[in-house]
Design a protein around this ligand. Structure first.
Ligand SMILES: Nc1ncnc2c1ncn2[C@@H]1O[C@H](COP(=O)(O)OP(=O)(O)OP(=O)(O)O)[C@@H](O)[C@H]1O
Ligand SMILES: [Mg+2]
Length: 350
């Protein structure tokens, strides 16, 4: 059982770098909270403050309702899994997993029972006598997870734990982590800059930008209602198309439904565009209509990305399957009115 509550947390590093500028996040018991954002936005700093590896310059961090600002990392009862695994190279898998428990003076029998049951959960039983260099990347990552799990901590912290793995293994491990986190029911904070990982893992998704929270909520809410152009272009691959309004250069190529008075940017997701060669008359009233010129087509298997220009702007259309479309083609595309997003000159949703 553990909740994690951050209130107006700030970090100013010696030297004056303001890495985190007032972050508040409430994580309920058993939830998996994902911090996502571009490089340097303060994700690791925030995680390290929760772990007790960095001091908190202002604000508070509470675990289970108890403020832990001045409590050392070992007393916080937290386990952290890093990107580079941080395994001890000279120790066998068994000893890597047992290390933290030995340090705490856990009885030998209990250590053995916990290491073996965790190894079983993670399918590491046959690897316990090996050293880290004798393991694959995915196995090393599992050992790092195992080392965190055996300690039976209140909170798991993950800092980009999968970024050293290839795409296929990353996908598998993502599912494993999610299942493991659910079955263990341990409150977790997970840092990544991979938006797919963020979307699929998170109960609560927190999008960070320059030391601040841009938006937090359920992954689907954020996907469907991004609070800013920053979030719109960060979540989703390919990202949301964003077209500046009122600049004149879209004239003739774009027919718009009524636009909110304060909007200066129009957004629509690549998958919300439809290409129609016939039956264009049947397109619903109020739809966005675009006349685009194709620049390139990327077939990625189950779907294709059609890269286009409209007026002077670039945009992408995502269509199922393969398409008979080639560079230079002129196409008409449509997006339904309810799929349109509008943003003001400050980048915020209107
Ligand atoms: N020990 C430090 N001393 C001074 N500045 C630091 C220190 N650690 C990080 N920073 C700065 O704080 C800011 C946030 O860094 P942080 O490592 O938290 O980013 P991040 O979001 O984890 O990025 P990445 O995705 O690249 O890992 C950056 O500008 C970074 O240069
Ligand atoms: Mg980082």
């Amino acid at each position: 059982m553990a909740t994690v509550d951050l209130k107006d947390v700030c970090k100013v590093y010696a030297g004056g770098v303001e890495a985190v500028k007032g972050v508040s996040i409430a994580i309920p018991d058993k939830a998996l909270c994902v911090l996502v954002g571009p490089s340097g936005c303060g994700k690791s700093t925030l995680l390290r403050m929760i772990a007790g590896l960095e001091t908190i310059s202002a604000g508070s961090c509470a675990i289970d309702g108890k403020v832990v600002n001045t409590i050392g990392p070992t007393e916080r009862d937290i386990a952290m899994v890093f990107q580079n695994y941080a395994l001890y190279p000279h120790m066998k898998v068994y000893d890597n997993m047992a290390y933290g428990l030995r340090n705490r003076g856990t009885p030998k029998d209990e250590i053995d029972a916990r290491v073996r049951s965790t190894a079983k959960t993670l399918e590491l039983e046959h690897l316990l006598e090996r050293r880290p260099r004798e393991l694959s990347g995915g196995q090393r990552q599992r050992v790092a997870m195992g080392r965190a799990i055996v300690r039976n901590p209140k909170v798991f912290l993950f800092d980009e734990p999968l970024s050293n793995l290839d795409a296929k293994l990353r996908g598998q491990m993502r599912v494993e982590i999610k299942n493991l986190q659910r079955s263990l029911g341990v409150t977790s904070v997970y840092v990544t800059h991979d938006q797919l990982e963020a979307m699929t893992l998170a109960d609560i998704l927190v999008v960070m930008n320059a030391g601040l929270v841009e938006q937090s909520g359920s992954p689907l809410d954020i996907y469907e209602k991004p609070a800013s152009t920053f979030v719109a272009s960060f979540i989703g691959a390919p990202p949301m198309n964003l077209l500046p309004l009122r600049s004149g250069h879209l004239e003739g190529a774009v027919t718009l439904p009524p636009v909110p008075a304060s909007a200066s940017t129009l957004g629509f997701r690549p998958e919300d565009c439809e290409i129609r060669t016939e039956g264009a008359d049947a397109v619903a009233d109020g739809a966005l209509r675009l006349l685009v010129e194709v620049e390139g087509v990327e077939p990625v298997g189950a779907e294709s990305f059609v890269y286009c220009r409209v007026g002077g702007e670039r945009m992408v259309v995502r269509v199922p399957g393969r398409v008979e479309i080639k560079p230079g083609d002129q196409l008409r595309t449509y997006a339904r009115q309810e799929k349109l997003h509008f943003f003001g000159s400050d980048g915020k949703r209107v």
